[in-house]
Design a protein around this ligand. Structure first.
Ligand SMILES: [Zn+2]
Length: 281
């Protein structure tokens, strides 16, 4: 299996795997929608976001890699200077809802407003129209992806359906987009908040997955949070993984929009899309 994949490389320039680092800037809104309101520590832990964002940007600058920041719209509006700083450093700025509400609990009209508010504020801050969206808590429904396609996005990162992008046609009449598969296994929250594991444990896990994906030509989409991986120790899981991936020399470390564009240019064949796309999501 892996031999045949190697014969026709999945990724540009002969890279054997792709690594997409994404950082979700939730601000106070993620935990506020998730935690018991009386749990003031857990809610206020996200106030570390600005410090963590700066530390992560410094780490990424050291490696010279481009990544994707998924910004909650209201957080971006409150601290536009950090959004601009990430944008100016060459990172993609994508959407992560307006206030981290669970989209599958909203009406269709509320979902559309949520997308539009976030789209507009990010475009106003960076001067660039966002092309990607990740739902808060990975809660979405069919309307979510119809709207994402309707406003012209090229990617979502919502459905953990494998180790490769999949072409989606929520509305067959519109241009397709891709789902870049997330995973709780690639979420720093699972390692450093749900469980208080060490950076070495997270690194070991991710390195082993990357090794397997590298033999198969896969894609690894990490989801990190500035208030988690931006902390001193957990940031070492990120630096170790980057050390490892960069040293391998054949892992394409790329922004989500670049991966989506590359994939769409090569995989928009209708038959393949019908076979792969999670069309009823
Ligand atoms: Zn989030």
């Amino acid at each position: 299996m892996s031999e045949s994949r190697r014969a026709s490389p999945t990724w540009p320039s002969g890279h054997r795997a792709a690594l997409c680092l994404t950082f979700d800037v939730d601000g106070i809104y993620g935990e506020a929608n998730y935690q018991d309101p009386s749990n003031t520590y857990m809610i206020s832990q996200t106030e570390y976001d600005p410090i963590g964002t700066v530390r992560i940007l410094d780490v990424l600058a050291d490696y010279g890699v481009q990544t994707t920041f998924c910004w909650v719209g209201k957080v971006a509006e409150e601290r536009p200077e950090l959004v601009r700083r990430a944008h100016d450093a060459g990172h993609e700025i994508a959407m992560h809802t307006w206030m981290h509400r669970y989209l599958n609990q909203l009406t269709d009209e509320e979902q559309l407003q949520d997308f539009e508010l976030t789209f507009e504020v990010l475009q106003r801050i960076t001067g660039v129209a966002p092309v990607g969206h990740k739902t808060g808590g990975w809660r979405f429904n069919a309307t979510t992806h119809l709207i994402a396609q309707q406003i012209g996005l090229s990617w979502v990162m919502d459905i953990p359906n494998g180790d490769l992008p999949t072409v989606m046609h929520p509305d067959p009449e519109r241009p397709p987009m891709v789902n870049l598969p997330p995973s709780f296994h690639y979420d720093d929250y699972a390692f450093f908040v749900d469980k208080l594991l060490t950076p070495a444990a997270a690194y070991d896990f991710w390195r082993d997955d990357l090794d397997v994906l590298r033999t198969e030509g896969g894609l690894m989409c990490l989801t990190m949070h500035p208030f988690v991986s931006g902390r001193p120790g957990p940031s070492r899981a990120l630096t170790r993984l980057l050390d490892y991936a960069v040293d391998l020399g054949d892992v394409w470390i790329a922004r989500a929009d670049h991966i989506a564009r590359w994939w769409l240019e090569r995989h928009t064949d209708v038959d393949e899309a019908l076979g792969e796309a999670p069309r009823s999501e």
